[in-house]
Design a binder for this molecule. Structure first.
Ligand code: C2O
Ligand code: CU
Length: 493
């Protein structure tokens, strides 16, 4: 066993309650620096097979199912996966393509599949209003019309998202476009263009996943425990996805080398940006390029994320240091082109054109003093308009704010212009305490008065506990309808 700090070692021999007490007692922050043995080759999720149907749609099949996986517990761990035992294949589509996904629920309870970061009609979104009953098939279809990006998919059943994601239902959804295809960026999937789905897990005394939505003491990348990657090229693009339920990471490289940030949640930046740390809260992504020399071993590590205050940082894992993925280079590295100086232009949205400014305050498990109500529409947005949203959190817990349907731009953080990593397209943003984050978004193309999109905290147990609201996009002059709450999906508890 490769583990770790006092609390975690005890986790191997005691029940969960005892461990919680021990961790509280020692107050130990996790530090796995140098303690992970990197014995397993990193799994790379397969690219999902697809076919083009008679109507020209690219068709994927995803089946949520139960499985068993070796997660280093000395016995199989019960997991959930799409088309397999754990996690899911990487979906990939080009801008302009119409896609159709047949989502089959092979589980014994309702679930849903949400396309995180995708611009699409609300009834295709896969949120809590599109739950799929056991044995049923749900087949959303939409036209991909947004820049090349690293998106992802995961369940979103009402009140149950943390459990479904922690059991292993998550996958990447990569979008391509023509301008990006022409850029000299690493793009050979699994060779120099690597999905890096980072999740933390804790296990009970039977080697089973603790799925209560908390932080874990074991880091998995693409479902692999103690992973290493053989690097064969001078530069590698890592598509970092924080698919963890609660943990915020601050990624860097163990020898302090800098890397190049090329993209964020919704696509490439206008220009590459050199940095040594990138902080990702749950749901966020970053594409980085790391340069290597032959015969090296360097570790992708998560450094203390400095979230809030000493108390909440401790329990949110904000002071932990975690070895994530070892990068091992071969003696001969294939040449890689230099990172292009210009990536993808981003047209700045103009606050002067915003028709409305809305305020959202996150506190406790509520937004604007209310818990999520499936039958309540919290905001009505007019199609093809631009809005500014001002988001503030007023408690001492880490929250990250996610908006469905759109990619937004950050206007300011605590009144200051956003740093480079928040200057591109975003769909999720970490909130600092008592600092207002102002974002701007254009709600284009799709209107439906009856089916809402969600905005919520992407700390999944917060979301499940009610830190979520609903907005509809309507045609000019149209009123919000009434979302169906029962009858079109199973309720469960
Ligand atoms: Cu990644 Cu509403 O979710
Ligand atoms: Cu939260």
């Amino acid at each position: 066993m490769a583990l770790i700090a006092a609390g975690a070692v005890l986790a191997l021999c005691c029940g969960g309650g005892a461990v919680a007490a021990v961790v509280a007692w020692t107050g130990a922050d996790l530090d796995t620096t140098g303690k992970v043995d990197f014995r397993n080759a990193l799994a790379v999720p397969p690219l999902a097979e697809s076919r083009v149907d008679g109507e020209g749609r690219r068709v994927f099949d995803l089946r949520a199912q139960e499985g068993r996986t070796d997660l280093g517990q000395g016995r199989p761990t019960r997991t959930w996966g799409f088309n397999g035992d754990h996690l899911g294949p990487t979906l990939r589509a080009k801008r302009g393509e119409r896609v159709l996904v047949n989502v089959v629920n092979g589980l014994a309870e309702p679930t849903s599949v949400h396309w995180h970061g995708m611009h699409l009609p609300a009834r295709m979104d896969g949120g809590p209003h599109q739950e799929v009953r056991p044995g049923a098939t749900w087949s959303p279809t939409w036209t991909v019309d947004q820049p090349a990006a690293t998106l992802w998919y995961h369940p979103h059943p009402h009140g149950q998202t943390a459990r479904h994601v922690q059991r292993g239902l998550a996958g990447m959804f990569i979008l391509d476009d023509e301008p990006t295809r022409k850029l000299a960026l690493p793009h050979d999937y699994g060779t120099d263009d690597i999905p890096v789905i980072v999740q933390d897990r804790s296990f009970d005394g039977d080697g089973q996943i603790e799925d209560g939505g908390g932080t874990g003491d074991t880091v998995l990348v693409n479902g692999t425990v103690a992973p290493y990657l053989d690097v064969r090229t001078e530069r590698v693009r890592l598509r970092l996805l924080n698919a963890s339920a609660a943990r915020t990471y601050s990624f860097g490289l163990s020898d302090g080398r800098r890397f190049t940030l090329i993209g964020t949640d919704g696509g490439l930046l206008p220009a590459p940006h050199d940095m040594s740390r990138i902080r990702l809260s749950p749901g966020e992504r970053a594409e980085i390029i790391v340069a290597f020399r032959p015969d090296e071993r360097v570790t992708l590590r998560s450094y203390p994320a400095d979230l809030d205050n000493p108390v909440t940082d401790r329990f949110g894992g904000g002071r932990d240091t975690l070895d994530v993925l070892q990068l091992r280079t071969e003696s001969n590295l294939a040449p890689s082109p230099a990172v292009p100086a210009a990536l993808a232009p981003i047209e700045r949205l103009d606050p002067g054109e915003a028709v409305k400014t809305r305020e959202f305050t996150l506190s406790g498990r509520q937004i604007n003093g209310k818990k999520m109500d499936m039958s309540r529409i919290d905001a009505v947005v007019t199609k093809d308009t631009t809005e500014v949203w001002e988001i503030t959190k007023e408690d001492g817990t880490a929250h990250s704010f996610h908006v469905h349907d759109v990619q937004f731009q950050v206007l300011s953080v605590g009144g200051a212009p956003p740093p480079a990593e928040l200057s591109g397209w975003k769909d999720t943003v970490l909130l600092a305490p008592n600092e207002t984050v102002k974002i701007i978004a254009r709600f284009a193309d799709y209107a439906d008065p009856d089916v809402p999109y969600m905005y919520h905290c992407h700390v999944l147990k917060h979301e499940d506990a009610g830190m979520m609201g609903q907005f509809v996009v309507v045609e000019p002059g149209q009123k919000a309808g009434r979302p169906a709450t029962h009858g079109d999906h199973e309720s469960h508890g």
